[in-house]
Unconditional design. Structure first.
Lengths: 187, 168
């Protein structure tokens, strides 16, 4: 009986979690039936991006798990916490810049950093650096759009990232920050 | 075109494997816990990712490159910058594809400012990934970050155009 209850519950949870995906799949089904050329094109794009994501994400999540297990909160507070000053900012820039990967892969890492009580300002710096100033991408940007374009964009973005972090720190209240840090801790 | 991605993947895999081996030598128990955590956080985000990928696939096939090129390919001025910024905010391309797309559009007559706006918003603003960002932070923080990023991206685009104009 208990076993049965558990099964019903997990099916409900599954449906809730996958609702958006299921709706999109139904939509894709409609296209495949009524507008086959668009449907098959979409299916090809979906399969190839899914493959790419499956390739990109596993090592990132393994690194996240290791980072969480092996770094103590105390060390991270010392390195990037409230009183870390310029060193913390530079470190946040560095971690975000050296790593590549899409924006959405940066969020779970930001959460681990919050769990380790890294300063909110540095979290936003990290997200900014992760999204735009990517060393692995820089060479490619230079070859595709020209070195002047890439270098000017990089230089401007260093300022932009710091400005964003300052505005966020000004606007977001302390208790709001502590509530999302609590959420991260429960992860 | 995909070479940049492959090199990135290989590097990340190598780093992960090296750290995994070091961790395993130091403590089997901790490594096991880390892997369980990795799997759980992957499982957590998978449904949302699947939904996002499928919706993007559908969107990209309905709006084909020719239509996109038509709207921002001409000398479209501020209007084109705005449209490029909105497209960049909504689209979800990997960086390598983004640069290639921008390069392609540039060679077919798009302005530098429009393409800078496109690349910049593509990387900084994520409307499609907003639900994910809200899940990890909260609604206010996620929306505010994207909003500020959008406004500053447009500014950066114009500055890039201005500076490149002086430099060339």
């Amino acid at each position: 009986m208990k076993e049965n209850n558990k099964k019903v519950f997990s099916l409900k949870l599954f449906l809730k979690q996958y609702l958006f995906f299921l709706i999109m799949l139904i939509l894709l089904g409609f296209f495949l039936i009524f507008k086959f050329d668009i449907g098959i094109k979409a299916a090809t794009v979906i399969v190839s991006s899914f493959k790419e994501i499956l390739l990109v994400l596993p090592p990132i999540f393994i690194l996240i798990g290791l980072l969480d297990e092996w770094t103590s909160k105390e060390t991270m507070i010392k390195l990037m916490g409230e009183k870390s000053g310029l060193k913390g900012i530079l470190l946040a820039f560095l971690i975000g810049t050296v790593a590549a990967g899409p924006l959405y892969a940066g969020f779970p890492i930001a959460m681990i950093l919050m769990k380790k009580h890294v300063k909110f300002f540095n979290i936003i710096i990290f997200i900014g650096a992760w999204s735009t100033t990517k060393i692995p991408m820089l060479l490619y940007e230079m070859s595709a759009l020209g070195y002047k374009f890439a270098l000017v964009r990089l230089a401007l973005n260093i300022f932009v990232i710091i400005i964003i972090a300052y505005i966020m720190e000004l606007v977001i209240k302390k208790d709001e920050i502590s509530s999302i840090y609590k959420k991260a801790e429960n992860y | 075109m995909k070479q940049g991605n492959y090199i990135f993947n290989i590097i990340v895999y190598l780093i992960a494997i090296v750290f995994l081996i070091i961790s395993f030598i130091k403590s089997k128990q901790k490594t096991k816990k880390a892997l369980i955590k990795a799997w759980n956080s992957f499982k957590n985000i998978l449904p949302m990712l699947l939904g996002i990928i499928t919706s993007i696939g559908l969107l990209l096939s309905i709006l084909n490159p020719e239509i996109i090129k038509k709207i921002i390919g001409e000398k479209s001025g501020a209007y084109g910058v705005l449209i490029s910024s909105i497209l960049g905010s909504v689209a979800l391309f990997p960086g390598v594809v983004a640069f290639s797309t921008a390069a392609l559009l540039l060679s077919s007559g798009a302005g530098y400012v429009q393409m800078a706006a496109f690349v910049q918003t593509l990387m900084m603003v994520g409307v499609i990934t907003l639900p994910m960002e809200i899940k990890y932070f909260n609604k206010k923080i996620a929306i505010l970050r994207n909003l500020i990023s959008f406004v500053l991206s447009v500014g950066v685009a114009y500055l890039i155009g201005f500076i490149l104009g002086l430099w060339n």
